[in-house]
Ligand binder design. Structure first.
Ligand SMILES: Cc1ncc(COP(=O)(O)O)c(C=O)c1O
Length: 419
């Protein structure tokens, strides 16, 4: 017997045969004990995550709730690179759309939730990026799910991911109908080998980020684009950490390299200081995503205030085209100062600055010591980064002052001998 479900899948069997077993089936208490064991394992490994609480806006300085009360800390953990979340024109634009369209969209876009403000932002983003169209999703995570699921819709498709890709792209590949393959990080030759091996696939979809979220390094997008065109593969570039940061007036690394990927992915949660995600590309691929991307089709559209904030941030960015270069200049100077202080900081210009210390204990100890010195930069550990590469991930924003940067370097200079 089969049952139709409101999930976009045609039909599913209503009865799934359990595996044959001679032992009695586990009870509800057994299931809960199993959950407790999993949590106890995480605790024993020191990997049980908790949700920090901040009692202030996410700005340059935050009020973090910590043991012993609230701590006022300089915040080195925000991806709001241009400090847009707290700029008055951005907040005003958010409240304008909130007043005009209400607090929520009420439904998914294809059902009844498509408001004029959603379409306005799509067209604005497309114009800004020079693409034919764009498609909004409620988060950047959903945008990556949407792109990969839509493009790899057949078991004969292959999704080739850079090993450094974000969890959302991995999950998109796993949820898609295609086969997931990975190539070595930023290794164009390895990608070429894998494209050679998969020449018989119906579609090959190559997914990269232009700036990688944990290392802050840049992808060789021109070489990857050239290879994809030569071998007939589709290219998806996630510009989450490059929009507002790199390229002409912040239009990203692809724009800087003169590359037009098949789909460009963005998030509104970083440089635009708001929330949401989008795919930008030509009419055909956007239409495919509208019809196939389950994370778009089956999710309530973004709230009008969030969309308004992005419109406000885009206007600000267009009025201040020098902001991205200014941010990168500060990032280059901060990287150099940290190197002078004895830290091994990779060459680069992006505001994601990794301080790789190796072990989890070292990363946790460094984060704690920095907090005592008045700075917030949490330790990043597996599974977010590979074993042995635990780090502090410092993110610089335009909201930071010269004094903030100087004090951070001074604190890290004192802490270096202990690491
Ligand atoms: C590279 C990359 N892509 C996508 C996302 C997801 O974006 P969002 O936070 O808007 O869901 C992130 C966020 O961490 C990211 O770093």
């Amino acid at each position: 017997m089969t049952t139709a479900l409101a999930c976009g899948l045609p039909t599913l069997p209503s009865v799934v045969s359990p595996p044959m077993s001679h032992t009695p089936p586990p009870t509800h208490a057994d299931m809960r004990a199993c959950v407790r064991t999993e949590l106890a394992d995480l605790t024993a490994q020191g990997r049980l995550r908790v949700r920090p609480v901040i009692d202030s806006p996410d700005g340059r300085v935050i009020q973090l709730r910590a043991e012993g009360g609230r701590r006022k800390l300089v915040n080195w953990a925000s991806n709001d690179y241009l400090g847009c979340a707290n700029r008055r024109p951005v907040k005003n634009a958010a409240s304008r759309e909130l007043r005009r369209f209400g607090a929520g969209a009420g439904a998914a876009r294809l059902l009844a939730g498509g408001l004029a403000v959603h379409r306005r932002l799509e067209l604005r983003l497309a114009r800004w990026l020079g693409t034919a169209d764009a498609l909004l999703t409620t988060t950047g995570f959903q945008a990556n799910l949407a792109a990969v699921v839509a493009l790899a819709g057949d078991p004969e498709d292959v999704v080739l991911l850079d090993r450094g890709c974000h969890a959302s792209t991995y999950d998109g590949a796993r949820l898609s109908a295609g086969t997931l393959l990975r190539f070595r990080h930023n290794d164009v030759e390895d990608l070429a080998r894998q494209l050679e091996r998969t020449a018989g696939a119906r579609r090959r979809i190559v997914c990269v980020e232009s700036v990688y979220s944990m290392d802050g390094d840049e992808a060789p997008v021109a070489a990857i684009h050239h290879l994809c065109r030569e071998r007939g593969a589709l290219l998806v570039v996630d510009e989450a950490h490059a929009l507002g940061v790199l390229g002409p007036a912040g239009r990203g690394l692809c724009a800087e390299a003169g590359v037009v990927p098949d789909l460009l992915i963005g998030t509104c949660g970083k440089s635009f200081g708001s929330q949401g995600g989008f795919l930008a590309g030509d009419q055909e691929l956007i239409e495919l995503a509208v019809n196939r991307a389950r994370s778009f089709i089956y999710s309530t559209a973004a709230v009008p205030a969030a969309i308004g904030a992005v419109l406000g941030a885009l206007e600000l960015l267009e009025a201040n085209p020098g902001w991205p270069a200014e941010l990168c200049a500060h990032a280059v100077a901060l990287r150099a100062a940290l190197r002078t202080a004895g830290w091994q900081v990779p060459e680069g210009r992006t505001p994601i600055i990794p301080l790789i210390v190796g072990s989890e204990d070292a990363a946790l100890a460094l984060a704690l010591a920095l907090r005592e010195a008045g700075h917030h930069a949490p330790a990043i550990r597996p599974p977010t980064v590979p074993e042995g590469s635990c780090r502090l991930r410092l993110t610089l924003t335009l909201a930071h002052t010269e004094a903030d940067r100087r004090r951070l370097v001074a604190a890290l200079t004192l802490l270096k001998p202990a690491i």
